[in-house]
Design a protein around this ligand. Structure first.
Ligand SMILES: Nc1ncnc2c1ncn2[C@@H]1O[C@H](COP(=O)(O)OP(=O)(O)O)[C@@H](O)[C@H]1O
Ligand SMILES: [Mg+2]
Length: 247
């Protein structure tokens, strides 16, 4: 096994375990570290919400788990592989992780069907297959009727659903979503969370979602809170065991 991608396809399960151990991350601009000492564990297939005030380090943590940045101290292991030891971090990002952002980042000159295919362009996949996968994903996020629509003609919630379909195009084992409901009204936000939950149930990937409020976070199996550079469990949240699918 040369990297996480290999390990994940070997065990045949979609969700991966995420372990964060005593991670510290500071930026030169800040007087204090954004992440002082963060430790957490997410089970394979678990859906975890992360809340915390603006500037508390939620995005910093997501970027570290997505291998977009490196910790100053401590380590992160995904699927049993420590990220700093990956031989192909780019492959980890392209094959293992799906990312959804607050402002969807869709390409305005491409329609929904084309946007969803973007992560697949670098892969050796026949065009027809690529298109078919994008179509199926858009159907899954209830956008069957908007396949050819351009982002400018879609509502905020619809754009976010295209962004989610795009994040799933590479069939990720780990979906990281950074305030995907942050720019939506609460009803649309709730629908996005319910959609993510349904997609997790369907595909059994591990999901970590940053949300802006406790009510939205409650859609997850468990809620974590960033505070003073650390992550703590939010009391009263339930932690149902997530059984991997047996097939
Ligand atoms: N690339 C960066 N360079 C310098 N400072 C950063 C960078 N990213 C984040 N920070 C700082 O780290 C802190 C945490 O930011 P962030 O992780 O974006 O918080 P949150 O997502 O919870 O709002 C903030 O003080 C922010 O200014
Ligand atoms: Mg943020």
């Amino acid at each position: 096994m040369t990297d996480t991608g290999q390990a994940v396809s070997d065990n045949g399960r979609r969700g991966v375990e995420v372990v964060v151990e005593h991670v510290r991350k500071g930026f030169e601009s800040g007087l204090i570290s954004s992440l002082e000492d963060v430790s957490l564990r997410i089970e394979p297939g678990e859906f975890v919400s992360l809340i915390g005030p603006s500037g508390s380090g939620k995005s910093t943590l997501l970027n570290l788990i997505g291998a977009l940045d490196r910790p100053d101290a401590g380590y992160i292991a995904v699927g049993g592989h420590r990220l700093e030891q990956l031989r192909h971090p780019a492959r980890y990002r392209a094959d293992i992780v799906g990312f959804v952002f607050q402002f969807h980042n869709l390409i305005t000159t491409l329609n929904a069907l084309e946007n969803v295919q973007v992560p697949l362009l670098g892969k050796r996949l026949p065009r027809k297959e690529r298109e078919q996968r994008a179509r199926e994903l858009l159907i899954e996020v209830d956008l069957e009727h908007r396949l050819n629509a351009y982002p400018g003609t879609l509502s905020g919630g619809e754009r976010q659903r295209v962004a989610i379909a795009r994040a799933l195009a590479n069939r990720p084992c780990l979906l990281l979503a950074d305030e995907p409901t942050g720019s939506l009204d609460s009803a649309s936000g709730e629908r996005i969370m319910a959609l993510l939950k349904g997609l997790r149930d369907q595909h059994q990937m591990t999901v970590l979602v940053v949300t802006n409020d406790l009510a939205t976070a409650a859609a997850g199996d468990r809620t974590l809170r960033m505070r003073d550079g650390r992550v703590e469990e939010v009391d009263g949240s339930i932690t149902p065991a997530v059984a991997p699918r047996s097939e």
